[in-house]
Design a protein. Structure first.
Length: 339
């Protein structure tokens, strides 16, 4: 019987495992992919916004060559963290379903069954893109992820989006030999929160015509050799070899729904949880990391959600392996009971 089953082997899931190790809990971290799967799927040359110290977990120093680490450095760091703490991991194993009785959860994966008193969902958001839902989206030429510029050399490239990811892809493919680079943007301009060093760069490339941009426009149809673009006045086709849709990503709510977690009535589909212990309305079901913000995926990052692991597991914060819902402390009044 596990004290804690942690779903998600990203940095926050690993942090929950570290706190479990510190508190000598019987725990397991499960992920349907590899360790820090989302970071692995970032562009090969990506550099983090955050400095190395903001990405540290488990009191393991993160030393990088520059102030802001690269994807490769982050992968090496989190491998080292997992090895240092000898974290209990089950990778490439997907959770399928749950059954709950009075004492524990029965967790069913595609490979095994487990029993656990508590569950933590630290599932992130990078696995599920916002799809275009238009004809031709399933063609091999369409991708919602970007790894590197090399495959797009001497190709006509179209990129959907106006935020950092789309801007980075446009500049990278342009500088590494794409035949043409075209941005299709719903908004009337590049977003104001684009990185301060990239925003003037992309605006100048658009102004000089090196990168084309269609503002207040969207792709409405994709074919093997062209894409159809619609703006407020008309629709038209442009030649196209590859379409890179940097439309953003969203949490997978499937497991939350199976565990009967409730959501706020807001546009972000924010899970309901107690900020004092990170427990949802579903008893003994906790959430950690970016999933806490629902569709608002820019609220929680590694640096500001590392603390969730301590809140959930730390013995000084209503330890999760205490079953009673009311905990009395001799130094505090009775009104501090958790009801």
């Amino acid at each position: 019987m596990l004290d804690l089953l942690i779903i998600g082997a990203g940095p926050i899931g690993l942090a929950c495992g570290i706190e479990s190790e510190k508190n000598k809990l019987n725990y397991l971290i499960i992920d349907k992919g590899m360790i820090v799967n989302s970071i692995f799927n970032y562009p090969l040359d990506m550099t983090f916004f955050s400095t190395s110290d903001k990405l540290e977990i488990g009191n393991v120093p993160f030393i990088s060559n520059s102030n802001k680490p690269t994807r490769a450095e982050a992968l090496e760091y989190y491998r080292r963290v997992a090895s240092f703490w000898q974290l209990k991991l089950k990778l490439y194993e997907e959770i399928i379903d749950f059954k709950k009785n009075d004492e524990y959860f029965e967790i069913i994966s595609d490979k095994n069954k487990y029993k656990s008193k508590n569950i933590v969902l630290a599932t992130g958001f990078y696995d599920t893109p916002y799809y275009l839902n238009i004809p031709g989206e399933n063609l091999p030429k369409v991708t919602h992820y970007y790894k590197e510029a090399h495959p797009y050399f001497d190709m006509d490239i179209a990129i959907i989006g106006a935020a950092n990811s789309a801007v980075d892809v446009a500049l990278d493919t342009y500088r590494k030999g794409a035949k043409s680079v075209t941005l299709i943007i719903r908004e009337k301009e590049i977003r104001k929160n684009v990185k301060y060093w990239a925003k003037p760069d992309i605006e100048n490339r658009i102004k000089e015509g090196s990168i084309k941009a269609f503002f207040q426009s969207e792709v409405i149809e994709i074919s093997e050799e062209k894409i159809k673009i619609q703006n407020s006045k008309n629709s038209f086709y442009i030649q196209n070899d590859f379409l890179i849709a940097m439309t953003g990503y969203q949490p997978d709510f499937k497991l939350l729904n199976k565990l009967k977690v409730k959501f706020k009535r807001d546009k972000h589909k924010t899970p309901i949880y107690n900020k004092q212990n990170m427990m949802t309305n579903a008893e003994n079901v906790y959430i950690a990391g970016v999933v806490c913000g629902g569709l608002k995926t820019n609220k929680w990052f590694i640096e500001n959600s590392r603390i969730h692991s301590k809140i959930i597991v730390n013995m000084h914060n209503y330890p999760l392996f205490f079953k009673p819902q009311c905990i009395l402390f001799t130094t505090r009044p009775k009104s501090n009971c958790r009801m």
